[in-house]
Design a protein around this ligand. Structure first.
Ligand code: AMP
Length: 208
């Protein structure tokens, strides 16, 4: 299975990717995770990307495409992958298409996670991640059991950055909906439901 999960920040791409990884045994390729890892390690790429990430803007295409090329080339991605948070604009989508065409492994589906803007805002402001186990919680909708986790908030989930990220989504990422619709790859799911229900919708959507 080679799919893209497309949707605004907070639409549940990461959570659903993890479910898909378990069910299908293919890797999740999240450019956000790869970038955060590089920032945490203090690599040159991480240092370059940090300012854009902290401001809620996109990291430059060359950096992101280099990372994707390397990750898709790894052996665990040979049988398929879930792209999460990539592509984020038309040039990235075009580059991906070329990359996959040259490998003879085109995308099979692009799943759009549909969610209301108000709900997105709440999901993002409430999101907390356990520093130790990586589990994701929401202080409003799925709070962690008391005292068991060491919670942190992503710097770009702070209220002042969220507005910018949603703006970037509207301006740069949303045009991908039409792009993939025209390619006959787009499948839309209602992302405003519990994790299991959304997961079932995705499974139905990709088997169409
Ligand atoms: P995410 O975890 O997908 O919400 O990504 C967090 C941040 O990483 C974004 O706000 C961007 O600054 C950066 N980022 C992630 N994926 C991309 C991408 N495909 N292109 C450019 N920047 C990205």
């Amino acid at each position: 299975m080679r799919i893209v999960l497309l949707g605004a920040p907070g639409s549940g791409k990461g959570t659903q990717s993890q479910r898909l990884v378990k069910a299908y045994g293919i890797p999740q390729i999240s450019t956000g995770d790869l970038l955060r890892e590089a920032v945490a390690k203090g690599t040159e790429l991480g240092l370059r990307a940090k300012a854009a990430m902290d401001a809620g803007k996109l990291v430059d295409d060359a950096t992101v495409l280099g990372m994707i090329r390397e990750r898709i080339g790894k052996s665990d991605a040979a049988t398929g992958f879930i792209l999460d948070g990539f592509p984020r604009n038309i040039p990235q989508a075009e580059a991906l298409e070329k990359m996959l065409a040259s490998l003879g492994t085109p995308l099979q589906a692009v799943v759009l996670m549909n969610l209301d803007l108000g709900i997105l805002f709440k999901r993002l402001t409430g999101r907390r991640i356990c520093q130790e186990c990586g589990q994701v919680f929401n202080i409003y909708t799925s709070p962690p059991p008391e005292g068991k986790h060491k919670l942190t908030q992503r710097p770009d989930d702070k209220e002042e950055v969220i507005g910018k990220r949603l703006e970037v989504y509207e301006a740069q990422t949303k045009p991908l909906i039409k792009y993939y619709e025209a390619a006959g790859l787009l499948r839309s799911v209602d992302a405003d439901a519990d994790v299991d229900t959304v997961f079932k919708s995705i499974e139905r959507a990709v088997s169409q």
